[in-house]
Design a protein around this ligand. Structure first.
Ligand code: HEC
Length: 130
């Protein structure tokens, strides 16, 4: 999954490398690289739901058209079979459906593939209220 932000950062790094080669040593460059990679990974979990349009109906903390993602995490937190819940939610994100939270249906999200849906569901389920 090469996101736009990742792509832009790689481009930036290449430019940076060219321009700082003379003034910075290689160690500094490596530190900069590591920092960019780490911050990009940290960012991607926030980016993907926005890029994939989930946030037009959901927020993390408040019910919008769909349930708050924290509430989704809390609802399934004590389910004995987490793998089953994950699979079920991946299918639901991709195909849509209603009845778990009310009568308003979630439309199919054809813009996500299964890998992305799984990543999103894993992230959502990790948002349990602490
Ligand atoms: C057009 C509005 C809309 C969009 C866009 C949308 N959702 Fe939903 N979502 C809903 C609604 C409404 C529900 C409640 C469905 C129900 O009651 O079963 C829901 C429910 C869910 C649930 C809980 C399902 C369950 O069975 O408990 C998850 C997880 C979820 N959405 C994730 C996502 C993700 C990830 C995306 C982006 C790829 C997304 N949604 C995009 C409206 C939306």
């Amino acid at each position: 999954m090469l996101q736009l932000s990742t792509f832009l950062l790689i481009k930036l790094l290449i430019t940076l490398k060219k321009s700082v080669k003379r003034s910075l040593n290689f160690k500094t460059y490596l530190v900069l690289c590591a920092f960019t990679v780490v911050s990009n990974v940290a960012m991607s979990n926030v980016d993907l739901p926005r890029v994939k349009n989930c946030m037009s109906c959901h927020t993390v903390n408040r019910k919008l058209i769909g349930p708050a993602f924290k509430d989704v995490a809390t609802k399934y937190a004590n389910h004995p079979n987490q793998k089953e819940i994950e699979d079920q939610l991946v299918q639901k994100v991709m195909k849509g459906g209603s009845g778990a939270w009310g009568v308003v249906p979630m439309p199919a999200n054809t813009q996500v593939n299964e890998k992305e849906a799984r990543l999103l569901v894993k992230w959502i389920l990790s948002l349990k209220k602490s």
